[in-house]
Write a protein that binds this ligand. Sequence first.
Ligand code: ADP
Ligand code: MG
Length: 263
Amino acid sequence: MAGPEPVTARDEPLVRLTGVRKRFGDHQVLHGVDLEVARGEVLCLIGASGSGKSTLLRCVNHLERPNAGRVYVGGELIGYEERGGRLHELHERRIRAQRARIGMVFQHFNLFPHLTVLENVIEAPTRVNRQPREPATRAARALLDRVGLGDKVNAYPRSLSGGQQQRVAIARGLAMRPELMLFDEPTSALDPELVGEVLDVMRDLAAGGMTMIVVTHEMGFAREVATRVAFMDGGRILEQGTPRQVLADPRHERTRSFLSKVL
Ligand code: ADP
Ligand code: MG
């Protein structure tokens, strides 16, 4: 009898969450989330404010520590190790090393204001990864070219538009050569005319095969770029599927009601 195909490392989902729960005090925010993201996938996470999107994203790189459940990235358990049948939180240094392989872009760009654009991008590779300054600079210039900011390497963040600052933040996230990029409403703080340039960079990144989890209210982006859309409601993923399924033909009344407000 022929057995199943052997499972290779590449067939493993890059991201796997099982039963992830999170509460703040006695407020249960995530109610046991299961989620898988394959390599090269772009998962758009949508849902009303307060539904737990940011908390879920922050659990992926252990900026929030789940109260239960597990998060795996690239097959590696994030934030914890198993010893004697129990989970123990990893040393902060090891958590930082795990986090370095996961790029994250926030709504507010969080650039270092006292550093130039180039210095912002080489900060982590040189300080955290102890990369020599010269190759780090070369790589950073290439990344800044890629996000259309090759002429801004010596500028300071305050002299840039919000859209430019967010593109620097994306270049900075890419500088550690992450296998996964997390975006938490990356265009929500931008003036409407600056949203497109940031989405274009993200679209490019997706086309290049980057695995991405994107929390967004940009339904056009989700429709065009996402390989999968997941709708969160009250700390649960209520439904997920192709953009067509979820955005055009949602199964749940709550999804329909949410979409009627944002579309
Ligand atoms: P979303 O990103 O979907 O708007 P969040 O994950 O930010 O939702 O928040 C989900 C719920 O968790 C909200 O009720 C929020 O007030 C609460 N919450 C988030 N972070 C914290 C925190 N650090 N302390 C206490 N409550 C929090
Ligand atoms: Mg949020």
